[in-house]
Design a protein around this ligand. Structure first.
Ligand SMILES: Cc1cc2nc3c(=O)[nH]c(=O)nc-3n(C[C@H](O)[C@H](O)[C@H](O)COP(=O)(O)OP(=O)(O)OC[C@H]3O[C@@H](n4cnc5c(N)ncnc54)[C@H](O)[C@@H]3O)c2cc1C
Ligand SMILES: NC(=O)c1ccc[n+]([C@@H]2O[C@H](COP(=O)([O-])OP(=O)(O)OC[C@H]3O[C@@H](n4cnc5c(N)ncnc54)[C@H](OP(=O)(O)O)[C@@H]3O)[C@@H](O)[C@H]2O)c1
Length: 353
C-alpha cells in the first residue's frame, strides 16, 4: 500500500518562487567524460513542503551571450518594450529573448513570417540570412515556442534539509549544424547561474513515485545516472524516520573511479547495514555491464524480496534503460504479465524521462 501526501501547490510556471543556488558541485572526478552536478537550491521563505519522489521545476533563462548575438539582427533597440503575446504583459525585447522563449528551435511559423523556405541549423543562422529584422516584434514573438520548465528529482529529504533541495543535474551538448549547443536548463543551472542569479522554480509533487506507507516494506531502487537522485531522498527519509524496511540500491554509471555519485554516502550507509548496494559501471570493462545485468545475476534475491512484499522503483532514462530493465524483470518473474501485474498493484513504480 502506498500513500500520497497532499501538498499545497502555491507556486506555478506563471507564478514561480524565486530561489537561489547555494552550492553547485561537479560530482565527476578527473578522467570522466561526463559533467553531472550536485545543485543545492535555497528555498528559504517558500514554505514548499516536499516529499521523497517529488520534483522541482526550474524555469531557465537563455545564455545572455546568445541573446546578445540574436539582438544584433534586430533594428529595434533591445530595451524596446512590446506586448508579450502569451502573457499580454509589456516586456523588453532583450528580456523576452532571455526568459520567455525556446531559442533551440527554428519554427516553421518563423520561416513563414520571414518569407524563407530553406532549413537552418539554428535561430542565429536563420536571422543572419535576412541580416536585419525590422518587422513587428509581436508578430516575431508569436512564432517562437515558449520556454518550458525543466523537472529535476529532489535528491534530499526535508528531514535532512528543511529549507533547501538538492538536485542531481546532468549536463550535455548536442550538435546543431556543426555547433555544440548545451541543454538549456542544465546549462542554466550548472554553468550560467551563480549565487546571485534568481532561479524561478516551483514544486511538482509526484502522484505515484512514493515511498511505501508501511515503513517495514523492503524497497529495491534501480537508478543509473541521474536516476539515483530520488533514492538519495528516499534513503534520507527512511533513515531519519527509523523505517525498518530493507533498502537495496542498484546504481549504474560509466566509470567507478570518477562517476560514482554520492559514493561516500552510499558506502557509509552500506557499512551501517542500512543499505544493500550494487553497482554497474558500464565502461570499467570491455563489455557493457548495466543495472539489469546485476538484477539478473541476483534474480533469486530479487524474487525473494518480491515475495517478501518489496516495492521496485525504476528511475532515469526512459528510452533504453527502463525498457531493458522491464524486459529483465519479465525474465526474472517468468513473463510480462507478472510485470504488468506488479505495475497494476503499484509494486513496480517508474519515474522515467
Ligand atoms: C519527472 C522528471 C524528472 C527528471 N529528473 C531529472 C534529474 O533528476 N536530473 C536531470 O539531470 N534531469 C532530470 N530530468 C530531465 C530534465 O527535466 C531535462 O529534460 C534535462 O535536464 C535536459 O534539459 P535541458 O534544458 O538541459 O536540455 P534541452 O535544451 O531541453 O535539450 C534537450 C535535448 O537534449 C537531449 N538530451 C537530454 N538530456 C541529455 C543528456 N543527458 N545527454 C545527451 N543528450 C541529452 C534530448 O534528447 C533533447 O534532444 C527529469 C525529467 C523529468 C520529466
Ligand atoms: N538524447 C541523448 O542522446 C541522450 C544521451 C544520454 C542521456 N540522455 C538522457 O539524459 C538523461 C540522464 O542521463 P544520465 O547522464 O543521468 O545517465 P545515462 O546517460 O542514462 O547513463 C547512465 C548509465 O546508464 C548506462 N546505460 C546506457 N544504456 C543503458 C541501458 N539500455 N540500460 C541500462 N543502462 C544503460 C550508461 O552506460 P553507457 O553510456 O556506457 O552505455 C551509463 O552507465 C536521461 O533522460 C537520458 O535519456 C539522452
Amino acid at each position: 500500500m502506498i500513500t500520497s501526501t497532499k501538498t499545497t501547490q502555491t507556486y506555478s510556471k506563471a507564478k514561480p518562487f524565486i530561489g537561489q543556488i547555494q552550492a553547485c558541485t561537479l560530482l565527476n572526478g578527473p578522467g570522466s567524460d561526463k559533467k553531472t552536478y550536485h545543485v543545492r537550491l535555497d528555498l528559504t521563505g517558500s514554505n514548499i513542503k516536499h516529499k521523497p519522489g517529488d520534483c522541482i521545476a526550474v524555469i531557465p533563462a537563455n545564455d545572455p551571450r546568445e541573446v546578445e548575438r540574436l539582438l544584433s539582427y534586430f533594428s529595434h533597440c533591445p530595451n524596446k518594450t512590446f506586448l508579450n503575446p502569451r502573457t499580454k504583459v509589456p516586456i523588453t525585447l532583450r528580456a523576452f529573448l532571455q526568459t520567455c522563449v525556446n531559442l533551440t528551435r527554428v519554427p516553421s511559423k518563423l520561416l513563414a513570417l520571414l518569407g524563407l523556405d530553406e532549413k537552418f541549423p539554428n535561430l542565429e543562422a536563420c536571422l543572419a540570412s535576412i541580416n536585419t529584422y525590422s518587422g513587428s516584434l509581436e508578430a516575431f514573438a508569436t512564432t517562437l515556442a515558449p520556454m518550458l520548465p525543466r523537472f529535476y528529482s529532489i535528491a534530499s529529504s526535508m528531514q535532512a534539509a528543511p529549507t533547501s533541495v538538492d538536485l542531481l543535474v546532468a549536463t550535455f551538448t548536442c550538435d546543431q549544424g556543426g555547433k555544440l549547443r548545451p541543454g538549456v536548463g542544465s546549462h542554466f543551472l550548472c554553468t550560467l547561474a551563480d549565487q546571485s542569479t534568481p532561479i524561478p522554480l516551483y514544486h511538482q509533487p509526484t502522484k505515484h513515485f512514493l515511498l511505501p506507507e508501511n515503513p517495514n516494506t523492503p524497497i529495491i531502487m534501480i537508478g543509473p545516472g541521474t536516476g539515483v537522485a530520488p533514492y538519495r531522498a528516499f534513503l534520507q527519509e527512511r533513515i531519519a524516520t527509523g523505517s525498518s524496511g530493507k533498502n537495496w540500491l542498484i546504481f549504474g554509471e560509466r566509470q567507478s573511479t570518477c562517476d560514482f555519485y554520492y559514493q561516500d554516502e552510499f558506502i557509509s550507509l552500506e557499512k551501517n547495514n542500512q543499505l544493500i548496494l550494487d553497482t554497474a559501471f558500464s565502461r570499467d570493462q570491455a563489455d557493457k555491464i548495466y543495472v539489469q545485468h546485476r538484477l539478473l545475476e541476483k534474480q533469486d534475491a530479487v524474487r525473494q524480496w518480491i515475495e517478501d512484499g518489496a516495492i521496485i522503483y525504476i528511475c532515469g532514462d526512459a528510452k533504453r534503460m527502463a525498457k531493458d530493465v522491464l524486459e529483465t524483470l519479465a525474465t526474472i518473474l517468468g513473463d510480462h504479465a507478472a510485470v504488468r501485474q506488479m505495475r497494476t498493484d503499484k509494486r513496480l513504480l517508474l519515474d522515467v524521462y
